[in-house]
Ligand binder design. Sequence first.
Ligand code: GDP
Ligand code: MG
Length: 676
Amino acid sequence: DEVVPDVLDSPIPSGKQPVAVTKEVLPRLHLIDEQQQFSEQLSKFIADKWDLKEAGFNYNVAAVFGSQSTGKSTLLNRLFGTSFDVMNETARMQTTKGIWMSKGRDMKVLIMDVEGTDGRERGEDQDFERKSALFSVATSEVLIVNLWEHQVGLYNGANMGLLKTVFEVNLQLFGGNRGKEKTLLLFVIRDHVGATPLANLSNTLKADLERIWHGLSKPEGLEDCKITDYFDFMFTTLAHKLLQPEKFDSDVDKLRLRFTTPSDPNYVFQPQYSRRVPADGLHFYAGGIWDKIMTNKDLDLPTQQELLAQYRCDEIANSAFATFQEKIKEFRQPIESGNIVEDLGPKMQDIRGAAMKSFDKDASRYHAEVYKRKRTDMLTKANTMLEAYFLGQLKNLHKKAVNMFSTNLQNALRLEGSEFAVVVAASKKEVLDYFLQGAKAIKLEETEWTYDEELYQLEQGLQEFAIAQREKELNKMLTTLEKHLRKELDEPVGLALNNPGPGMWGRIITIYQRTVEDGEVLLQKKARTFDLDEKEQAELILNLRRQAWVLLTKKIQEESVDGMMLLKLRNRFEEKFRYDEHGLPRVWKPDDDIDTPFRKARDETVELVPLFAKINTLDPARGEKFELEATEDFDFDQSLKVLSETRQQELTTKFKRESDAFYLEAKRSVVATQAK
Ligand code: GDP
Ligand code: MG
């Protein structure tokens, strides 16, 4: 696309040698070629060759129109330092058809040299003329209309046909935007001899323009619109380049000021002519317009501007988003492995802020509504990505809070005299505060994020944990209590059972009652610590009684297995039979009656068996029977039974047999004494 012409008619003051060109040739682009293809290089040229990528709205576009060989390219090169092709004097060769674009030297102006616009003069169809006029009007703020002085007043001349086309396409593009979107037509009258003053020439032209306007068929509803609703006009002249070269040069220099100097009274790039296309979007916008023109579709600029905005805002958002994603990556690993990222809130805020700022910088130049919409999209997308980290950190905060709570609780409970309920309340407040502070610090503005649910879950979790912990502590206490009960019961009960007799059960019931009362005192002391309510207390006391009762009956069962029972019976029997009333061992003499004491001792001993048969629950202190309510797995009445009828008989028989041995032994001892 880039062509460096052999012959340079560059803005070198005449008289100097063209070979003395030292300035680099400004690259130009064959924007639309002979095949009417739109160049794919425009964006590259804007960015790299013309350095306009960051220009935003700070650049301008102008195009030139006019008959073939009226010195258009020559004028542009002189005005802007460009290097458009100029028809070779000697060869008289046609220049390349199409639209060329270049940037003015030392100015942020893009100029289009529209070649072969005047199809009438070239005897060609007017299809390209109309297309290039549409394209130029849609993209340029200023159209330079170039014509010879002698063409002025030739109403039916070739130029007029071209202008009619320009008017028509302008109406097509901006008809609805009457008075708002305007185009400047700058008429440059060439080879002005000076005989006719500019005022006369411009009046003639104006009259012609009005006539053309009048003859146009206007769109519906715009029948009465005026040419000045859509166009502003400027007229200027240039001296004959060959006859008055110095004057020509100074005229061009003066004319250049209109393009470069905003303070010039005739400065052409006024805001009302702007097509509102940022430089970084021109390739998309211009390409889209050419595409519409080529496919013969309705070309309306507002739609084009919206399309442009959508496309560019997406591009800008994607680029900003790529950086954003790269930056937030650092949070992923620590959060996923359960850590709490320090300053996550401010960090996320900064990264998001930078992304939005970068988006705003370029995208805010585009169609306001589209920009606003895309900005919301981008913010939503960014927030969605960040929300994962917000939720992850919340989860980690939650975990940490529960751990803190558990540690606090355990530490506090280890201290003597700490009250469970008080410790729980204090710890709970501390960790909920910790969680809330952490959660608030990571909730970004302009998000709908909430941590209410997590807070609620945490509160529930702590509550459940506290309940479980209380249960555990309570059980620990009850285990200690049970040990205590066992210690208090075992020995005295054993003693009572090993000294059987009528008061035996009464003593045991008394031991039981005393143990339970001690236990109750202990329980009541703990009740305050665990913040037990009355119902819970009553239940625990009932449990305590049952538990103690079970321990008691177990002890009784242990003491009443066969071996133990026989031991008890034998002891009693021996006490009665082998020892005298002073506790001294008896020595049988030949005259002694062994049978009677033997029978007495045996009968008295056997009488003990039914005493063991069933626990007598008469409480000697209260003078009434003691009772415990039965439950599903606790049968009080059953627990009273110690020896069944069968076992009583068996034990009696076994014992009697054992006692027979004592009888024989006594008899033998007498015989032995006699034998001496
Ligand atoms: P374009 O086809 O309109 O772009 O015209 P060019 O710039 O290629 O010039 C066509 C011819 O006119 C060339 O031979 C130029 O040297 C010549 N030319 C350029 N400017 C002037 C001018 O101001 N007056 C006259 N008489 N000839 C000019
Ligand atoms: Mg030309």
